[in-house]
Write a protein that binds this ligand. Structure first.
Ligand code: FES
Ligand SMILES: [Fe+2]
Length: 343
């Protein structure tokens, strides 16, 4: 067992500045239809997101009257109506209707706690900072690739979920034959290093990937990079000599300690083969892999709930575990290390 300090000790002292103004991913744009509202979670707080005529608004999902969730109400015009006693609020949070009070006068100040939100590149982001959200994470592939997105939930904690996406060694056992063959076969050198707001592991394999997925899409893949960035964004790129062939980006939205929403986006390089055809081939495989991961993660979570004193053993081959824990704890340590693995 190796602690973070033992493995990463050489540069441990140098700590990067933490950006407290970072925005958090809340939802995929397509989750929020026009004139609709949904409940999302932002840093453990329930928010209601509303898509109005010309804007998106976010308020604490709690009616100031009796604390009923506003997201269970409805939107009428540009107002939110609570479905318990019918109090109605305008888009700035002012009370504009109070059924049953004949002398009611509209309020002049907001009764709702508002949060900053911005919609960018198909994702809705939130911030509690008073300043406007200017910069949000954008994947390195963007317009050069076609994209498909889905939202799924896993009943497990964010650290274990993030590790599962970034861990290569479980692919032999959990996804036998799909991602890799049943036994580690060839040597691989892994460069783990710090990046802005997180860490990455770059895998250079001596051979191409051994499983079905590798044969289908990874024939030309020579290198892959797995990244984690605060507040929980995973980016996995599969690179050929000159290009990113495929990239998977996962936004982990923590709903509670053992429940996370995952916004998952797959980017494929534009080629002569139509994207729809590639997506139709890839989607069932990705879904099968996802369901295999979901099953092990939820079993693991059930086990952890019954063993609250459990502390994981971190081996030398668990190249990203400590980085993931550090990222979520916003501890960014300047770091660079080469590790040999067998994959
Ligand atoms: S709790 Fe919302 S109107 Fe009463
Ligand atoms: Fe997996």
């Amino acid at each position: 067992m190796y602690s973070f300090e033992e493995v990463f000790y050489p540069n441990y002292a140098k700590v990067q500045a933490v950006n407290n103004q970072l925005a958090f991913p809340l939802a995929l744009s397509s989750e929020l239809k026009k004139s609709d509202m949904i409940r999302v979670t932002f840093k453990g707080k329930p928010l209601v997101l509303l898509r109005l005529e010309h804007s998106i608004k976010a308020f604490l999902d709690r009616c100031p009257h009796r604390g009923y969730p506003l997201s269970k109400g409805c939107i009428k015009g540009n107002n939110i109506v609570c479905s318990y006693h019918g109090w109605a609020f305008d888009s700035d949070g002012r009370l504009v209707d109070l059924p049953g009070d004949p002398n009611f006068l509209s309020g002049s100040s907001s009764l709702l706690q508002e949060f900053k939100v911005v919609e960018k590149d198909g994702v809705i982001w939130g911030s509690e900072s008073a300043i406007d959200i200017e910069e949000v994470f954008t994947p390195s592939v963007k317009g050069t690739h076609d994209r498909a997105s889905i939202v799924r939930y896993i009943r497990a904690n964010k650290v274990d979920i993030a590790e599962n996406f970034l861990d290569a060694l479980h692919t032999h056992t959990v996804h036998t034959g799909i991602v890799r063959s049943s036994r580690p076969k060839h040597r691989c050198s892994v460069l783990v290093e710090s990046i802005e707001n997180g860490y990455q592991a770059e895998y250079t394999e001596e051979d191409t990937q051994t499983g079905f997925l590798g044969k289908l899409f990874g024939g030309k893949v020579l290198k892959s990079i797995g990244r984690i960035r605060y507040p929980g964004i995973i980016e996995i790129e599969y690179l050929s000599k000159n290009d990113i062939e495929m990239s998977v980006v996962v936004y982990i939205v923590e709903e509670s300690k053992y429940l996370c929403k995952l916004i998952m986006r797959t980017y494929l390089k534009k080629t002569r083969v139509p994207f729809l055809m590639k997506a139709l081939l890839l989607a069932p495989i990705q879904l099968m892999v996802f369901n295999q991961d979901k099953r092990v993660l939820e079993r693991q979570a059930e086990s952890l709930k019954r063993n609250s004193d459990f502390r994981p053993l971190i081996g030398r081959a668990d190249v990203m575990r400590s980085c993931i824990e550090k990222t979520f704890a916003q501890e960014f340590v300047a770091y660079k290390k080469n590790i040999e693995l067998c994959l």
